[in-house]
Design a protein around this ligand. Structure first.
Ligand SMILES: Nc1ncnc2c1ncn2[C@@H]1O[C@H](COP(=O)(O)OP(=O)(O)OP(=O)(O)O)[C@@H](O)[C@H]1O
Ligand SMILES: [Mg+2]
Length: 294
């Protein structure tokens, strides 16, 4: 009941913000968000899909970019099989509209394939052409969420550095916390003023989430002079695994499960925070990506 009321408040605020933008004649820029982790298997892909759906229920238009070349990602968790990806756009074989897959609740999904990596092999004008083709996304989404691989590879770091905001996922496991710290450290070495949100996944209770987040934020503040925002936590919940087996998002299959309620709360909070800053948008993001890969 409380969640429902919170969702309605967020919806009302979002609508008000959209109307204000229209009156001022400004196009609201897309918030670009990279979801990442130090350690693999902590729940990035499941978070990305279910969080995106929760954001849609808060009135946001959302596109997911699957930027992980590894296995068991967005396509597998959703049980879809996109025939084309960004590689085909880079090669000029497809338009961006040809490769967008529409999933449940109007969720839009773009498979990255090896498209972004391919930018390194293009000439300047070809990169410009690619950016121009993707710029259309600006009007299509309020939020673009990028599901990255884990770790500190150049690939992952490029998305993390180019995004407006970074969502770092960890679990309470010591190795996951240490690796998350390593990631944040590598990030701040290259970009001082990153907006970082921490999500602690697979916790037993709120207290465990608090202890985990504190461990990370204390060292980050002390050694990196960096403030890590706490977005919140997701409870460890057997519904997640069950939904993965059915290749359906847990928030749709088990909307009343503890993990679903947690993720709905995180989405409402993130939407609320969005009114406080001006995102760089798609063009700025693509420009940075092209530079980092070029
Ligand atoms: N809140 C949760 N409760 C219970 N199990 C979970 C939860 N979140 C994730 N899992 C389990 O962890 C598995 C791995 O999740 P997921 O594939 O989303 O991780 P990932 O970080 O994307 O992995 P990779 O680094 O390989 O891309 C899921 O299949 C699920 O079984
Ligand atoms: Mg994944």
């Amino acid at each position: 009941m409380r969640d429902q009321a919170e969702k309605l408040r967020v919806l009302a605020r979002t609508l008000k913000h959209q109307v204000e933008c229209e009156i001022k004649g400004t196009q609201k820029k897309t918030r670009i968000m990279a979801v990442t982790s130090g350690k693999g298997g902590v729940g990035k892909t499941n978070f990305t899909i279910n969080f995106a759906l929760a954001l849609i229920s808060c009135g946001q238009r959302v596109i997911i970019l699957d930027a992980d070349l590894g296995l068991a990602n967005i396509d597998v968790v959703l049980g879809i099989n996109p025939a084309y990806n960004l590689y085909h756009v880079v090669k000029g074989e497809k338009s961006i509209h040809d490769i967008i897959f529409t999933g449940p609740q109007g969720l839009q999904i773009i498979a990255g394939g090896s498209g972004i990596q391919e930018l390194a092999n293009l000439r300047r004008w070809q990169v410009e052409q690619f950016i121009a083709k993707l710029e259309e996304l600006e009007g299509m989404a309020d939020i673009l969420i990028i599901d990255t691989a884990a770790g500190l590879s150049r690939n992952v770091m490029s998305f993390v550095l180019a995004a407006d905001e970074v969502i770092v996922i960890t679990t309470p496991e010591p190795t996951a916390i240490t690796d998350a710290y390593g990631l944040v450290k590598a990030m701040t070495a290259k970009k001082k003023n990153s907006i970082v949100h921490l999500v602690v996944n697979r916790v037993e209770n709120a207290q465990e989430a608090d202890i985990t987040a504190s461990k990370l934020s204390i060292v980050a503040e002390k050694f990196l002079k960096m403030n890590i925002g706490r977005l919140g936590f997701i409870l460890d919940d057997p519904a997640v695994k069950k939904a993965v087996k059915h290749q359906e998002p847990f928030i749709l299959k088990y909307p009343r499960s503890p993990a679903s309620e947690c993720i709905q709360r995180l989405a409402a909070q993130l939407v609320d925070q969005g009114h406080c800053y001006e995102p760089g948008g798609v063009r700025a993001f693509l420009g940075k990506i092209a530079k980092l890969f070029g």
